[in-house]
Design a binder for this molecule. Structure first.
Ligand SMILES: Cc1cc2nc3c(=O)[nH]c(=O)nc-3n(C[C@H](O)[C@H](O)[C@H](O)COP(=O)(O)O)c2cc1C
Length: 352
């Protein structure tokens, strides 16, 4: 298969994304999962086998409250990785999202680097992915390409603006309303790592997405990745821009968001998943950390890691005396002074 400039970009995202995690070069932006402490729960009054860590979202019930988030496809190498991720998803009974399929709409020979995910996991829950400017015809094509169960429309203003070849036109809301009305599968509105403020949740109130993925900062940082692709040859620097996943989830609460929430951004342990669920997420997902595990240790290492999280989750629910996610959301927690400061400022913003 020929490798175009866009394919090359996919490979660069992959290697730079892995390096951020491998070399621990991630920048801390705002409050982290460590800014939320769980209170000790001396008398759980339950057994581990009573913990139901499953969740229902996107018209589907899932045994596990996390999935493999959108990353790859569009080049020979990323196609191979999609195949491996799909095999891991099948072995671990996890849902999986593919990376942006826009390249395969322009270069049809790239479609197989995405459809391999369906080939390797015929019964799995698969999430398609496109940018928020794509028309409904593209959405249908992306869904058909992988026989998707849902589609995420990514909103990535900061990433596009850092990219020298990125988009400069961001009239998205009307298009998204059409996509949500006409899509044959549930639609997720998905940030890619800069988070969402109370204002964004207010704007999303008018839409009826099946879910909002808050995609917060503190994990894979596309401002850094795009600057590095540019050989740092720019003064345009958004490395510290955005709200973290923790802050974005709280922002949803301030605006009395009623849409189901997915938390992505920096999730690298079962503890991070539990904290995200506690803060209102109905589902979580992880991208860069899982990718780095796959690239370093292969499929067996990734399966082992996922099995570890699947074993940790019911024990953590029990630790906190939570029989399910709803219970968890009512558990007491302590916020650090930095997070408390964020909360008091954002509560004011939410009322503006
Ligand atoms: C190599 C790589 C490629 C990605 N490509 C896409 C993409 O095509 N579409 C998308 O919506 N998100 C993409 N993402 C963003 C992730 O889905 C996720 O939102 C982000 O990385 C934050 O999660 P993390 O901190 O767990 O990595 C990509 C992430 C990585 C690491």
């Amino acid at each position: 298969m020929n490798e175009s400039r866009q394919s090359h970009r996919k490979d660069e995202h992959l290697s730079l994304g892995i390096n951020l995690w491998r070399q621990n070069q991630r920048l801390q932006v705002g409050a982290t999962y460590d800014d939320v402490r769980w209170l000790p729960n001396t008398f759980p009054e339950m057994t581990v086998s009573e913990a139901n860590v499953g969740t229902t979202i996107l018209n589907q019930s899932f045994n596990w409250p996390f999935y493999i988030e959108a990353m790859t496809g569009g080049s020979n190498m990323t196609g191979r990785i999609n195949g491996q991720l799909a095999s891991v998803a099948k072995r671990t009974n996890l849902a999986m999202a593919v990376g942006s399929q826009s390249i395969a709409l322009k270069e049809p020979d790239k479609a197989e680097t995405f459809s391999v995910a369906r080939k390797n996991n015929s019964d799995g829950f698969l999430i398609a992915n496109l940018g928020a400017n794509h028309p409904i015809a593209d959405v249908r094509e992306a869904i058909d390409m992988i026989d998707a169960n849902a589609i995420a429309m990514h909103v990535n203003v900061a990433q596009e603006l850092v990219m020298s070849e990125g988009d400069r036109d961001f009239y998205w809301l009307d298009n998204l309303a059409t996509i949500i009305a006409k899509s044959p599968v549930p639609v997720i509105i998905k940030e890619v790592g800069f988070g969402m403020s109370p204002h964004a949740f207010k704007q999303l109130k008018q839409l009826e997405p099946a879910a909002i993925n808050v995609g917060g900062a503190n994990g894979t940082n596309f401002a850094m990745i795009e600057r590095r692709r540019n050989r740092n040859n720019t003064s345009f620097n958004l490395d510290s821009y955005g709200l973290s996943t923790v802050e974005s989830l709280l922002s949803a609460t301030f605006t009395k968001n009623t849409h189901p929430l997915i938390a992505t951004g920096g999730i690298s342990s079962a503890n991070d998943i539990v904290t995200s669920l506690m803060l209102g997420a109905n589902m979580t997902s992880s991208a860069g950390f899982l990718l780095e595990t796959l690239m370093t240790g292969g499929q067996s290492a990734l399966i082992e890691l996922i099995h570890q999280w699947q074993s940790d989750l019911p024990r953590l629910f029990t630790l906190l005396g939570a029989k399910n996610i709803t219970d968890l959301q009512h558990k007491e927690r302590l916020y650090s002074s930095e997070l408390q400061n964020f909360i008091s400022q954002q509560q004011k913003n939410a009322n503006l």
